[in-house]
Design a protein around this ligand. Structure first.
Ligand code: UTP
Length: 466
């Protein structure tokens, strides 16, 4: 054992990580050492100090305003679309999906992207995103590359899955995987939590880890080599998100913005979405957990919620902004998450916890907004862009997501002149699914002239059905 490393851990009050050193074989010792070398003890001390002092709570102080935003009905969107389409056609846009999360709430055994979400097709989240990428390539005639962020928790199974399904027909060289970093977790006594005698508890460092991982993995270089200037960023668990929205990219690009975000109006003040605000003139996303009930309910003179513009984790980022943001290491602040995880007890036994027992630390990509010189917030309609799969049941579950998809495709069909039978609550009577390869959006569906379609059972429109 290198004595200076051991000494550093002892001095920091973390010497317990070596308690079982004598029990470990050579492989185990090497594994443990490798992990310990990655731990930034000073950073952990600072994080523990913050938990002790303010518990990471950031109350809202100073001048707070709702930021300007491009409204969903803004007529300027048509011009923006043309600008965005030109950008995509010129090969300057890449898609990036973050898929490094552990998906603990969903409880699916495997990477979340391999979860079957299609109400009729049973296609997985990755499959639906891949079809959208294929459809974009076809529409714009460019090899839009797709960057997929994984983590130690998801990397192997994700790559295996893509190999198995032959990249869904996408050219392998245009599907690029890169791994985010991991962060150690602390137990309630601020000690590094262990999950094995040779294993500290590590978890993905949050979606903010995208930025340093892009730089460190060489993916930023890859983007620059390909002439990519803009990144269309989205999350794996939202199957209705456009892979590259020309309106959004156009608004962002024409404004000379470095990072832009989509927003929607919260359904109710308590909806657990971060809120876009201007705090002393700086654009930030305020976490819902940091808002008091009074703050959540505060309204502006127009009657709208001050903290009502919710973030749905869809962003556009300039490649040169990511370069700037990551020069000299990642600057994003850590957030605290209290979670439950099985950990070793004093006897070296792995014990399942009763409730939350560890502190995890994550960075969030939206914190990069505060570093921009210019950003655009684009309002979108919830039913068109947001149907997340977070929980196994209840809110934001596969069931609500499938309902959301059916509602969206029903609206497309109705706009194209098809009668969709609905129940008294307005929900279509039958599930509906439209493959992005059949129609990427409502306009493309209209062009297919589906008027004669009769909906008397589940409907799946896919290229084979044409
Ligand atoms: P969430 O935090 O909402 O979900 O991440 P999760 O991590 O998948 O599941 P839980 O919280 O454990 O239940 C939203 C998106 O951000 C990605 C996820 O993969 C998902 O697409 N993400 C999250 C990362 O890529 N890395 C992270 O460290 C965290």
């Amino acid at each position: 054992m290198q004595s200076d490393l051991a000494e550093a851990f002892r001095r920091a009050g973390q010497g317990h990580v070596l308690r079982w050193w004598d029990d470990l074989d050579e492989g185990g010792r090497a594994r443990l050492l490798e992990q310990l070398r990655q731990v930034d003890l000073r950073q952990l001390e600072e994080l523990a100090a913050r938990i002790r002092s303010d518990g990471f709570r950031q109350s809202v102080t100073g001048r707070v305003e709702r930021p300007p935003y491009v409204a969903a009905a803004d007529p300027a969107r048509a011009d923006a679309r043309a600008a965005g389409e030109a950008l995509i056609r010129a090969g300057k846009v890449a898609a990036l999906v973050v898929a490094g999360g552990q998906g603990t709430r969903l409880g699916f055994p495997g990477p979340k992207g391999a979860f079957p979400i299609g109400a009729i097709s049973g296609k997985t989240l990755f499959h639906i995103h891949a079809e959208r990428l294929l459809a974009c390539r076809r529409r714009y005639g460019v090899p839009m590359p797709w960057y997929i962020m994984t983590s130690d928790a998801t990397d192997g199974p994700t790559r295996d899955y893509f190999r198995q399904v032959k990249y869904f027909g996408l050219p392998k060289e245009d599907v690029l995987f890169f791994k985010q970093g991991m962060m150690p977790a602390l137990d309630r006594r601020f000690k590094l939590a262990l999950t094995g005698k040779d294993q500290i508890l590590l978890s993905p460092n949050g979606h903010g880890g995208t930025l340093p991982a892009l730089a460190q993995s060489g993916m930023l270089d890859d983007m620059e080599r390909r002439g990519v200037e803009e990144i269309s960023y989205f999350q794996v668990d939202n199957p209705v998100v456009p892979a590259a929205d020309p309106v959004f990219l156009g608004c962002h690009h024409r404004a000379g913005a470095q990072m832009s975000s989509k927003a929607l109006w919260k359904r109710e003040p308590e909806e657990p979405l971060g809120a876009f605000i201007l705090a002393e003139g700086r654009l930030v996303v305020k976490e819902y957990s940091d808002l008091t009930p009074e703050e959540m309910n505060r309204r502006t003179p127009d009657g709208k919620l001050l903290f009502g513009l919710g973030s749905i984790a869809i962003h556009a980022l300039r490649v040169d902004f990511v370069r700037e943001e990551t020069a000299g290491g990642c600057k994003l602040p850590f957030h605290l998450a209290e979670k439950s995880a099985a950990c070793l007890d004093e006897q070296g036994q792995l014990v399942a916890p009763q409730g939350k027992n560890v502190y995890k630390f994550e960075t969030f990509i939206f914190d990069a907004l505060a570093d921009t010189r210019s950003s655009v917030i684009l309002e979108v309609r919830r039913e068109e862009e947001f149907a997340p799969v977070k929980n196994a049941d209840g809110k934001d579950s596969p069931a609500t997501c499938r309902c959301g998809m059916t509602l969206l495709y029903a609206a497309w069909l109705e706009a194209a002149g098809v009668r969709v039978p609905r129940d008294e609550k307005g929900q279509p009577l039958h599930p509906i699914e439209i493959s992005p390869l059949y129609a990427l959006d409502a306009e493309e569906l209209l062009a297919r002239k589906p008027r004669k379609l009769k909906l008397d059972g589940p409907l799946y429109l896919c290229p084979e059905a044409r």
